[in-house]
Ligand binder design. Structure first.
Ligand code: HSE
Length: 424
């Protein structure tokens, strides 16, 4: 039986989960995959942590050179996270001819061109299923299962922390601050939650997924990004009344004017399958020209779900002789002839605080007409001598809405409290 040696760089949550799966299922893989996958070494400075997981003392390394020089190691798993050390270690492994499996979305998003070049040079494999949407097999779905399709659009809830926060705010009326505290207590959100709540994590993933879906480099810098820190429970409740759920959506679309890539809080109609994706669950909803609509749903983070993606990559690498690389020219920048329009089109939700006086609504309606924005739905609620006006528009242009908002804010009698994009 073929024997494959694995080294795990970092035994944190995901590294620990990977080690657990590999040791628990070793015989199962022998039987079902006809391959014996053995953990030959781990790189972990905290020896106690490694010993506690059951790693034999002689397999615990503290130096990357010891790992990449080991001829029994065929596959190196990078689960350290961050950029600097991870990039150095992954390049060292690839340059030594080892196949690499990584869960590092930021590293892969920013440096996949460099890593892929090193991998090709050595004819080594480079796998990254765990970098996007944890245990949900979205990468292999794009590369294999849906390869017959021209993917026209992709919409995903690809960050579990923000989905947990928005679910708490929506279902239990939590404030943003209280929901974040709870997400931190449960270990979903970091002490510094910026990467999740400001949409960076989702934007790294969207850059990777849309590059694969649209067969062209979609750099992180082209992803429009807006986080959830400005969202209030009042706005979420308001949307609920109108039949929407608020989700941090990552959207990738091929349009006549180019590729739209954006991450922002979005109202989704209650009937849409993504509206039912709650708590820390993730889902991706794809449309292909042959298959139509497909949705994948599952756990986007955690030791075993992310370990599941890593071990699947290990098995794939262990059982396939040919390495597989991207289907496009993988460079640092986008191709010159590919456009990423910032004036995209969408429906919008606006909540406007107004003085409850004659003629105010007429002024607002006139500004909408001026910018060619058509109103689909409007609701006014009085609060003493002020009122809250909620407007949902038909599909219109982002720039038109921004212009209208700045003109409304310039009126003495109205101020825009919230602008959110809507998917119907
Ligand atoms: N922090 C991410 C999330 C998981 O909340 O989904 C890793 O990307």
């Amino acid at each position: 039986m073929k024997k494959v040696g694995v080294a795990i760089l970092g035994l944190g949550v995901v590294g620990g989960g990977t080690y657990e799966i590999l040791t628990k299922n070793r015989e199962f893989y022998q039987r079902t995959q006809n391959v014996d996958i053995v953990v030959e070494s781990v790189l972990e400075l905290n020896r106690e942590r490694a010993l506690k997981l059951g790693v034999p003392a002689e397999k615990i390394m503290s130096n990357i050179a010891e790992v990449v020089c080991n001829p029994d190691v065929n596959i190196v798993v990078e689960v350290i996270g961050g950029i600097d050390a991870a990039r150095e270690f992954v390049l060292a492994a690839l340059n030594a001819g080892k196949t690499v499996v990584t869960s590092n979305k930021e590293l892969f998003c920013k440096y996949s061109h460099e890593l892929e070049r090193a991998a090709k040079h050595q004819n080594a494999g480079l796998y990254f299923e765990a970098s996007c949407v944890g245990g949900v097999p979205i990468i292999r779905t794009l590369l294999d299962g849906l390869q017959a399709n021209n993917i026209t659009s992709m919409m995903g809830i690809i960050n579990g922390t923000t989905n947990y926060i928005l679910t708490k705010m929506s279902n239990e009326g939590f404030s943003y601050e209280d929901a974040l505290k709870e997400a931190q207590a449960l270990g979903y959100a970091e002490a510094d939650p910026t990467a999740d709540v400001e949409g960076f994590d989702a934007a790294y993933k969207l850059s990777i997924l849309s590059s694969l879906a649209f067969h062209t480099k979609v750099p992180f810098s082209k992803v429009f990004r807006e986080g959830i820190t400005g969202v209030t429970k009042e706005v979420i409740a308001d949307g609920k009344e109108l039949g929407y759920r608020l989700k941090l959506l990552a959207i990738g679309k091929q349009t006549d004017s180019g590729i739209e890539v954006r991450v922002h809080p979005t109202f989704v109609r209650t009937e849409h399958p993504l509206a039912a994706v709650n708590d820390s669950f993730n889902a991706v909803y794809l449309t292909g020209d042959a298959v139509g609509d497909v949705m994948l749903y599952g756990r986007g983070a955690g030791a075993l779900p992310t370990g599941s993606a890593i071990v699947s990559d290990i098995i794939y690498a262990a059982t396939h002789a040919e390495s597989r690389y991207s289907t496009f020219k993988n460079t640092a920048n986008a191709d010159k002839d590919v456009h990423f329009p910032s004036d995209f089109s969408s429906a919008y939700y606006l909540r406007i605080k107004v003085s409850d006086r004659t003629g105010v609504l007429a002024k607002i309606a006139a500004l909408f007409a001026k910018y060619n924005i058509s109103i689909e739905e409007m609701l006014q609620k009085g609060e003493g001598d002020t009122a809250s006006v909620t407007i949902v528009t038909h599909e219109t242009r982002e720039l038109a809405v921004r212009n209208a908002v700045s003109k409304i804010n310039a009126l003495e009698v109205a101020s825009v409290e919230s602008v959110l994009r809507v998917v119907s």
